[in-house]
Design a protein around this ligand. Structure first.
Ligand code: GDP
Length: 139
């Protein structure tokens, strides 16, 4: 099992709902090491750059607007197979299809306002971690 880093975000809907603490508890209980964490409010351009891979999708503008509606909490998680393990813990993109016990099943309201983000591969994790954190913040 290789040790990986992944970029997780507690999205604005979950922060506004007061679910950040409960989600962080699940992160810790799952055994991830939280290497870095901050609370920020993204601008539209911040969100558009982060989700550039989705720029052609019909929901792109709505997604970027949603991500700017309030503060969010990006964090870097480290652990064995962290990328896949965090995505398993998040659950399916659409909470209606998410498995019982997943974060999205328990905290997400819709396919857009779905509580959390997680990188989907090592290359995207490297880009997404560097998008929010400097090397100095990852020690
Ligand atoms: P993820 O990897 O599970 O987060 O899913 P994607 O990478 O496919 O999509 C990125 C984000 O875009 C999702 O987490 C949702 O917030 C949003 N999203 C995905 N699909 C849809 C959709 O069909 N409609 C809307 N409005 N938002 C979506």
């Amino acid at each position: 099992m290789s040790v990986e880093r992944t970029l997780a975000i507690i999205k604005p809907d979950a922060v506004a709902a007061g679910a950040a603490g409960k989600i962080l508890t699940r992160v810790e209980q799952a055994g991830f090491k939280i290497l870095a964490l901050k609370m920020i409010r993204m601008s539209f351009d911040d969100a558009a750059g982060f989700y550039a891979v989705h720029s052609a999708r019909p929901f792109f503008k709505s997604l970027c607007t949603f991500m700017t509606q309030g503060p969010c909490i990006p964090m870097v998680l480290e652990g064995g197979n962290a990328i896949a393990r965090w995505r398993d813990l998040m659950g399916a993109t659409d909470p209606a299809k998410a498995a019982a016990g997943t974060i999205r099943k328990d905290f997400a309201a819709s396919i857009e306002a779905n509580a959390v983000h997680g990188s989907d591969a090592t290359t995207t994790a490297a880009f997404e971690i560097a998008y929010f954190f400097s090397a100095r913040e990852l020690q």
